[in-house]
Design a protein around this ligand. Structure first.
Ligand code: MLT
Length: 263
């Protein structure tokens, strides 16, 4: 489905009954990455999964996309869909950075946070420089080399070797991301603020789900958030890399289901 917001048209999936549960995808991905969650959790929650501006079936939009801009879009989407009751928000990686931006501005709309494969810290100077280099490469050579490189880094070595269907699905998901979206994301990622100072003051229920073999955001980042957020629980999925919701969908969904029962 599509909806016209004040300055952009967003595509979204809305399915199921119960607590509103919003899924925010990572970089360079689309809402299609949440298919196992839509299928497995729609009995337990009312699931809303948008394609972020410029991504997937949402309207192409010029960047850069700050995490705050994405959070503003999400706020406008909730208004447009008349979802007024507090929501649970699940963000993966860049989606987690957006969850922090949403918390900063719109925490009154939240009843819980699920932070997966993400970190609170801003980019280090090295990470920021690497984003600029990636953007230059994408401008020169297109998105194909980036997507090839990401496919090997997103999945655990085990998933990469054994789950060939998932590898193909990941290729199809990334194919839905335009060059403008990749460039818009890279600049927004690079400029995002440090969310570490927020952590001690988050008094919402928080579930952190992390793959033990995540090579993009190391498990230590999840452990640090777990230690700093007062009411956080940590679930480690041992066979997963950076996409635990796709690599171990049943275990991921079970952790979310339990969290929803608790909040
Ligand atoms: C993501 O998966 O959203 C990105 O890899 C996050 C990042 O590069 O920091």
């Amino acid at each position: 489905m599509n909806i016209q917001l004040p300055d952009v048209t967003l595509a979204y999936t809305l399915e199921g009954q119960g607590i509103p549960l919003i899924f925010i995808h990572g970089f360079p991905l689309t809402r299609r990455m949440w298919q196992p969650q839509v299928a497995g959790l729609k009995q337990a929650a009312r699931i809303l999964a948008p394609d972020l501006r410029g991504h997937g079936e949402s309207q192409p939009a010029p960047g850069p996309y700050s995490m705050e801009l994405f959070a503003d879009d999400l706020n406008a989407l909730l208004d447009a869909l008349h979802i007024q009751e507090p929501v649970a928000l699940c963000g993966l990686s860049m989606g987690g950075y957006i969850a922090f931006a949403f918390y900063r501005k719109y925490r009154h709309r939240l009843r819980g946070l699920i932070l997966t494969a993400t970190r609170a810290a801003a980019d280090s100077p090295e990470a920021s420089a690497a984003r600029i280099q990636t953007a230059q490469m994408v401008q020169e050579k297109g998105t194909a080399p980036l997507f090839q490189n990401m496919a090997t880094r997103l999945l655990s070595p085990e998933t990469y070797a054994q789950q060939t269907d998932l590898l193909a699905e990941l290729g199809a998901i990334m194919a839905g991301v335009s060059i403008e979206a990749v460039l818009g994301d890279l600049e927004g990622l690079r400029q995002r603020p440090d969310s570490t100072p927020l952590l001690g003051g988050i008094h919402l229920p928080v579930l952190i789900i992390h793959g033990a073999q995540d090579s993009i955001v190391p498990l230590a980042e999840a452990k640090a958030m777990h230690a700093a957020i007062p009411r956080a629980q940590l679930v480690v999925l041992h066979h997963s890399g950076h996409l635990p919701n796709l690599e171990q969908p049943e275990d991921f969904n079970q952790a979310v289901r339990q969290f929803l029962n608790e909040i």
